[in-house]
Design a protein around this ligand. Sequence first.
Ligand SMILES: Nc1ccn([C@@H]2O[C@H](COP(=O)(O)OP(=O)(O)OP(=O)(O)O)[C@@H](O)[C@H]2O)c(=O)n1
Ligand SMILES: C[C@](O)(CO)[C@H](O)COP(=O)(O)O
Length: 388
Amino acid sequence: MSIIPVPRVAVVVVAAGSGTRLAGGAPKAFVGVDGHTILHHALRSVFAAAPAQVVVVAPASRVGDALTEVDATAGDRRDLATVVAGGETRQDSVAAGLAALWADVEVVLVHDAARALTPPEVFARVIAAVDAGHDAVVPVLPVVDTLKRVADDVVVEAVDRSVLAAAQTPQGFRRAVLDAAYAAATAEFTDDTALVQHAGRAVHTVAGADLSFKITTQADLARARAIVAPVPPAPRVGVGTDVHAFGGDGTLWLAGLEWPGEAGLHGHSDGDAVAHAIVDAVLAAASLGDIGTHFGVDKPEYAGAHAPAFLRRTAEILAEAGWRVGNVSVQVQANRPRFAARRLEAEQVLSAALGAPVSVSATTTDGLGFTGAGEGVAAFAVAVVVPR
Ligand SMILES: Nc1ccn([C@@H]2O[C@H](COP(=O)(O)OP(=O)(O)OP(=O)(O)O)[C@@H](O)[C@H]2O)c(=O)n1
Ligand SMILES: C[C@](O)(CO)[C@H](O)COP(=O)(O)O
């Protein structure tokens, strides 16, 4: 692990928006592009830029998922990154990010996660302009459409586009200037250079980039998907296993079924090794971590939970990342219970919860190993996932 000096630059990545205009089925930053989320792609370019403190501002309910994306993208800069909860407006979220900056930071960039494909060189241009002495810097593109001033659906006048520019992010600031502007803010602005200019500071422009477009609508998402993954990703396969020992409280729950009269299994949840092996196989296929990543013992809502709770949430996580389950095959290895009479029932319960075909088979080890000794059960699952 290389020792990176405490950085003088910080990047606040605002990712706490709801994505109303996108209607992507999840907070925008967690909608899938190519099997990775918008936030994942945004963080890839942030961490590819100059070393900086990185503060990700996520929806309060998705701080854990944002940490997962930081873990997946930060590499040896993981110690430079933190995640905080955002606010009601973009400006509230920026303020939350600013509050998390380290004392040594002198230059602050504020970047929309929604501009997920921003090339790292734009970050370099903005930092260089602040270092050259500008209080505030905004990357811009020339306006290419003819613009009109409109009122009540009537064109009032044409607007001279030669004096206009389209603002992008990351927007860069001397930290003292941005902190002072936020401390004095009395109105909402849609970007940070507007707020700083309202506070009386000059704003300098640098060249933006076509790839820095903001993913706002489904058309923008389709554009990003065509850039990132011109050819739809092939189906992917994943494997998952799980083991639980008999001796837990209550009756047995396995493969989504209750088995009256059979010994229960130990576990944070109901110990259903079949369901947990399926979760691991599906998440592994989409490279989205494993059951511990999303359902760890720190999630009290899964204490004692049964298979449908795990499988429904796993299907949601997959969909948000741009995947769906093709099918799953799972085999349980155990002396008891006897599956033959209820195998189809188990397949129906598991398939309904996952939203995809799950086939179940069962076997014993002819007395060998811990399952053969009746100490517990083991389950082995293979899953195929395909692009949504
Ligand atoms: N309360 C908010 C609102 C927006 N943002 C972030 O600010 C950036 C630009 O906002 P926008 O593209 O408008 O995102 P949303 O607000 O999610 O989109 P919409 O307006 O369609 O709901 C996005 O990266 C978004 O995550 C934020 O961190 N906190
Ligand atoms: C900050 C910004 O991306 C600059 O163009 C834009 O103002 C964000 O606007 P939004 O309505 O919050 O997407």
